[in-house]
Design a protein. Structure first.
Length: 271
């Protein structure tokens, strides 16, 4: 959303649905309000795979963080649009591989800040900041980030299920490029967003979420558009996929019974 449209810092606006709280509800969390649950229920009437999609997306996040930490030695993560804390958060997954791993969570929802700080108050290698994820300079120059992140070393910048929240006018491809430009060679960009090849689904969900969240939404896109966000970066195998099929492990998530929309994404590396 625009900076002008945001509620004052620290104020939780419970009169409109929050994408972070809707996601929390779909994952079975309790940090949501009636307005969020009602929006989820209305959305699921038209796109019934949404809860399964959210669960599979969360499991993709956990797999990709574990893979980056184990296979590529990544010890620094910046999670843009992190949402509310749940089980097996980024810092928990990364620190299982190496307790010295450092993680910064970024979200513009004040309830995320409150819950995140309560969760992380004894974890000195992790921080949470309230910021608009489009404010690249403000985020990367913030005291929490400069304390934890060494930009001379590889970093994994995560944009998991958040790019659809950014309108075209705010240039999500430009956001990915700005962040990539600030990172050291050998860094990684993890991206996924909601896509649909069905025009009616794209139009309905985009308008439903735009109205429900009073403009705090971008657009459901097509798969080729996400690929275009990664120009100049090396997309790693197995490529950009429906996320439940990205390096699935024994903990296979529930199957989407319908495919009206999917979470689509993968991992790219900066040379």
């Amino acid at each position: 959303m625009s900076q002008e449209a945001r509620p004052p810092s620290g104020v939780v606006d419970v009169s409109i649905p929050s994408v972070a709280r809707m996601y929390d509800y779909y994952l079975g969390g309790k940090d949501n309000y009636a307005v969020d649950r009602e929006a989820c229920e209305e959305l699921s009437k038209v796109v019934p795979s949404t809860q399964v999609l959210a669960i599979n997306n969360r499991r993709f996040l956990q797999r990709v963080v574990r893979w980056l930490a184990r296979e590529h030695g990544v010890r620094q993560f910046i999670d843009h649009g992190s949402g509310l804390p749940t089980q097996d958060n980024v810092h928990q997954v990364a620190q299982q591989v190496d307790p010295a791993s450092r993680v910064v969570y970024v979200d513009n929802d004040p309830i995320v800040l409150a819950h995140g700080r309560a969760l992380l108050e004894e974890n000195t290698n992790t921080a949470v900041i309230q910021a608009d994820m489009r404010d690249t300079d403000g985020i990367l120059n913030s005291p929490e980030v400069t304390r934890l992140i060494d930009f001379e070393q590889p970093v994994a910048a995560l944009f998991v299920s958040v790019l659809h929240c950014i309108p075209d006018a705010d240039d999500p491809a430009g956001l990915i490029k700005r962040v990539a430009d600030r990172l050291a060679p050998g860094s990684f960009l993890v991206v996924c967003q909601l896509v649909s090849e069905d025009a009616a689904t794209r139009d309905f969900v985009t308008e439903f979420m735009r109205v429900s969240t009073q403009g705090q939404w971008g657009r459901v896109r097509q798969a080729h558009e996400l690929a275009g966000f990664l120009d100049g970066l090396e997309v790693l195998e197995p490529g950009l996929l429906e996320v439940s099929t990205w390096m699935p492990d024994a903990d296979i998530g529930p199957k989407q019974l319908t495919q009206e929309w999917i979470e689509f994404g993968g991992v790219a590396r900066k040379s």
